[in-house]
Ligand binder design. Structure first.
Ligand SMILES: [Zn+2]
Length: 283
């Protein structure tokens, strides 16, 4: 999720010795790119190596769009359960599982399964990197969340969001018309509870997957640059992709989804589920 908190940090002085920033009794681990403060007595072997390697993958994937702020160490706060996460001084929203706070803080609630933790961690670190590109502004929610979901997994065909996209393609369905969708904030504008919000997220993933796959990083960077300057979505799409309207883009996007899913079918098909965007659903 995207969020801004001003002036709330675990401790004021964390630059010189990171261990001093960790609350008493927490475990700290120093990686090359990420410092972890964990509410656990121990962490898995090579924890920092693995976290650094997830971030390296994200940096490679984002390229220029994730370059701003790379010189800073990320401070990862790993909470052992939902209670301590929600009670923390960062005041994360009750429905969230993780939070990115510019310029360098990431929170993760570690009560999920290990695989889920890695996914949430990748999602939030992507927010941190991508949001730096936008300076003081924030990216539009659809592109911010779509990019974060795209970087959750190294292999898209294992992503829960890929499942959801496959469901859209199989049913020839999109939850929201594109022209409406790009204006929505999932937290404030989307009804239907978790189901509606889950569909919005799945659509954001599918659209960003399409745009990032279509014309490479140059076109997607042009789109982000135009949006960052304040250009409207339709004009930015024209400038970067030469679609004359969002409706024309949507037709191409639907064809791309159907083709993509037919060439790379989602895994786990033995479960018999074609569409479940709410599986282990985190924002
Ligand atoms: Zn998010």
């Amino acid at each position: 999720m995207r969020h801004r908190l001003v002036g709330i940090l675990l401790a004021a002085s964390c630059a010189a010795r990171v261990s001093a920033a960790c609350p008493r009794g927490w475990t700290d681990r120093h990686g090359r790119k990420v410092v972890t403060c964990a509410e656990f007595k121990t962490l898995p072997p090579a924890w920092s190596l693995n976290v650094d390697s997830i971030l390296s993958r994200i940096d490679f994937g984002l390229g220029f769009l994730g370059y701003a702020g790379r010189e800073r160490l990320i401070e990862l706060n790993l909470f052992r359960n939902r209670g301590s996460y929600l009670a923390s001084s960062f005041r994360p929203p009750a429905w969230s599982q993780g939070l990115a706070i510019k310029p360098k803080t990431v929170l993760v609630c570690a009560s999920a399964r290990q695989r889920g933790i890695e996914r949430i961690l990748a999602h939030e670190m992507t927010h941190l990197r991508f949001e730096q590109y936008w300076g003081r502004a924030m990216p539009p929610p659809w592109i911010n969340e779509g990019v974060a979901m795209s970087e959750e997994s190294a292999d898209q065909s294992t992503s829960q969001w890929y499942w959801a996209m496959a469901g859209f393609a199989q049913r020839g369905y999109l939850p929201f018309p594109t022209a409406t969708f790009v204006k929505l904030n999932p937290i404030t504008d989307v009804g239907g509870g978790a189901e509606g919000v889950g569909e919005w997220y799945a659509e954001a993933y599918a659209l960003v997957q399409f745009l990032r796959s279509n014309g490479g990083s140059f076109r997607f960077s042009t789109l982000c640059s135009d949006l960052r300057k304040g250009m409207g979505v339709q004009d930015a799409i024209w400038d970067a992709y030469r679609y004359t309207s969002l409706q024309q883009m949507e037709r191409k996007w639907r064809r791309w989804m159907a083709d993509r899913v037919s060439r790379v079918p989602p895994r786990f098909s033995s479960s018999g589920r074609a569409f479940d965007p709410y599986m282990d659903f985190g924002l």
